[in-house]
Design a protein around this ligand. Sequence first.
Ligand SMILES: [Zn+2]
Length: 448
Amino acid sequence: MKIALNHCILVTIDKNDRVIRDGCIVFDQGEIQSVGPADQVTLSPDTKIIDGGGRLAVLPGFVDVHSHSSLLKGYSENLNLLDWLPVYQREHQVLTERDAYWAAMLSYLEALKGGTTTVLDMYRHPQRCAEAATALGLRAHIAPYVADRSDKTFFETLDSNEAFIKACHNSDHGRIKALVGLEHLFYCTPEAYRRAQAMARHYDVQVHTHTSELNSEVEAVEKQFGRRPIELLDDYGMIGPRTILAHCVWLNEHEERLLVDGGIAGIALCPTSNAKLAGGVPPYYRYKNSGITMGLGTDGSISNNSLSMWELMKFASLTQKNLLGNAAALPAPEVLRLATIDGAKLLKQDHLIGSLEVGKRADIITVDLWQPHLMPFIDDGDHDPLIWNLVYAARASDVRDVWVDGRPVIQGGRSVRVDEAQALADALAQTIDLLERRRTTGAVAMVK
Ligand SMILES: [Zn+2]
């Protein structure tokens, strides 16, 4: 069905960051057909018209480029990374397919309700994650947690990763993408990296891994392997155009040069999660000046407790200002681009998503501006406060409607694809079961 969002404020994120005050956007068969001032867009009689009455902002959906589904938000707080890792591993030692499905369902539902239409999720039992994304209508790029060191036998393997690529890559009309995922240098052998690269080339998919999140982690890698993390990853053939690296808070100039020379796909910055682990602030401007593509990642509900890209944008912007002692650093329009079109570029999807432009897929969200915390949004001719107030004041709960590929997935703030109350009850029941199994590692898992 052809849909028009009329008399809305369109935040296009096109190359000129055009904001159209009394705008109209029309989409049909999943594709954006017109974007322009309301008085210049012709509406055919078969169009379903949603009249925003000047009170709705329309934006492209957010792209969260690094997340981890989980059922265990809030169960591993106040821990430094080295104390946190055993807790995290205990979860994975008992994690079943059913846990993964409900973790993905819960995480993806939270993401969608906040206006995120694409997630790069690194998690377990990826087929089940793909099922949850398909049920909800989310665009999901899924990277399994692969590990192959002898003491890490409870993660995914490159064999299970390959099976996932064969089964799910480009499924749900191309909305599901499979990646090759590698947990970390401490979890994977050199052979795993080499095979991962060969697999990515063979199936033409991206590769995703974590690195250089904490200074102490970099020191530990140097101590164990005698090389800095990016140097080691480069030795393993990992620094190339298919690879997306999460974090990269602690790179020296040589490592940064290796990323540029290797033509890396880009970096997923996770400033909130970095702050929560007291890991530092990613050097955004260094990478920007080197021409490295970056997007924003929540890092999932365990490391962040919130999958809101609104919160993440504000935090990313304010931490750069504070770090650099410069109130003009990472301004709202720029951080909004990081959360949308730049994230799409990182995933090699910017020809399809990330902005409101004719010919792109209709991944669209509306924000209800008629609320005290979003007033005012009037352009006085000298200054338009809209983007600033959206980035610094809007909340995930302000998102009213979400379409992915032109299909309604959230309407009036609620999923139209799953029974939310039932999904929450099922996810909670599964969490109780997982917590019990985690307490008594080795107990028989609840099976579907
Ligand atoms: Zn992560």
